[in-house]
Design a protein around this ligand. Structure first.
Ligand code: PLP
Length: 321
């Protein structure tokens, strides 16, 4: 968010923000001659709101605009956005893919289906030194050199090479080990997350539970369509009273760790308004439902009963006076 609103403009990249990414009319009204791409989370962190990928992709493709999605929260095990029309998928592999909270990383997946040479993206159709044989007198464009994989080609050849965002071998090793157990971890974590979300709906002082896998969620139909095996291990819930109650819950938990990561084998708790979303301007935070009384959970591999008991005792302690 701070990258889109504050950092990228320093490089001439400007972003319009929409209130509801699933409101096609609103998104379409913002498309102009200088629009290149729409960026959205498939399952939003921490609301778990689900992106309706298919109609959005179809509408954008009519305009020659690419759809880039952040699929970090569900991971490729629960949601495969390219099958619904997404053009580029990005992941923080620090989260569910690595799964052990022990290494930083990221991945960019190019569908190979979007026509980046459609005229909106001069960087693919301009002859550049980086892909040319200058000594041989042959000058080419990224489109000529890489064909259908021109986006991935440019990510590697222009950005990775020049900006140096290269994963260290030790991190790659840890993340590949994590990847081997992705299905087993996700299956158990999603099962526990749904049980905990259902439980929290009936706990005193809990005002709302955000988890699109709940029958009470307004996104349940989208969840059934896009993530039939579960929405993920992240959920959030609101508490009565003021922010001090949130702080007391965070202090009183014994099984949950207070850490900003998600997708770890350890269950984590965080107050997003103070930690993960502190750089998001207040108005946007409110629109995303991230107020001072919200707590986010990332469910790990401990037993669901222990996690439920831990939350129950922490909430009792937080409201004992
Ligand atoms: C954590 C996170 C990121 C950023 O990941 P880093 O590995 O910290 O760079 C991006 N998107 C989502 C949805 C995340 O949860």
């Amino acid at each position: 968010m701070d990258a889109l609103s504050d950092f990228f403009p320093q490089f001439g990249i400007h972003t319009d923000f929409v209130n509801d990414i699933n409101d096609l009319a609103e998104v379409e009204s913002r498309i102009g001659p200088d629009t290149r791409a729409v960026f959205a989370e498939t399952v939003a962190n921490p609301s778990t709101k689900i992106l309706d990928i298919e109609p959005l992709a179809a509408m954008l493709h009519r305009h020659g605009v690419a759809l880039i999605v952040d699929n970090t929260v569900p991971t490729p095990y629960l949601l495969r956005p390219i099958e619904f029309g997404a053009d580029v998928v990005v992941h923080s592999t620090t989260k569910g893919i690595g799964g052990h909270g022990n290494a930083l990383g990221g991945a960019v997946v190019d569908s190979g289906r979007f026509d980046w040479a459609n005229g909106r993206f001069p960087q693919f159709t301009r002859k550049e030194l980086g892909v040319s044989d200058e000594r041989g007198g042959v000058w080419c464009t990224y489109a000529e050199r890489y064909g259908a994989s021109m986006f991935a080609g440019r990510v590697r050849n222009a950005y990775l090479h020049n900006l140096g965002a290269v994963m260290s071998p030790a991190n790659a090793y840890l993340q590949l080990i994590g990847l081997e157990t992705l299905p087993q971890r996700m299956t158990q974590e999603v099962d526990s997350a749904l049980r905990i979300a259902r439980h929290l709906e009936h706990v005193p002082h809990v005002t709302r539970v955000n988890y699109s896998g709940l029958d009470s969620s307004q996104d349940k139909l989208l969840a059934d369509r896009y993530t039939p095996n579960g929405v993920g291990q992240v959920l959030s819930f609101g508490l009565e009273g003021d922010e001090s109650r949130v702080a007391r819950v965070v202090e009183a938990v014994r099984v949950f760790c207070y850490a900003a990561n998600i997708g770890d084998t350890h269950s984590l708790i965080v107050n997003p308004a103070r930690i993960t979303h502190r750089e998001v301007p207040c108005a946007f935070r409110q629109a995303a439902g991230v107020d001072d009384r919200l707590l986010r959970l990332s469910i790990g591999l401990e037993s669901a009963e222990d996690l439920i008991a831990d939350l129950d005792q922490a909430i009792v302690v937080a409201y004992c006076d």
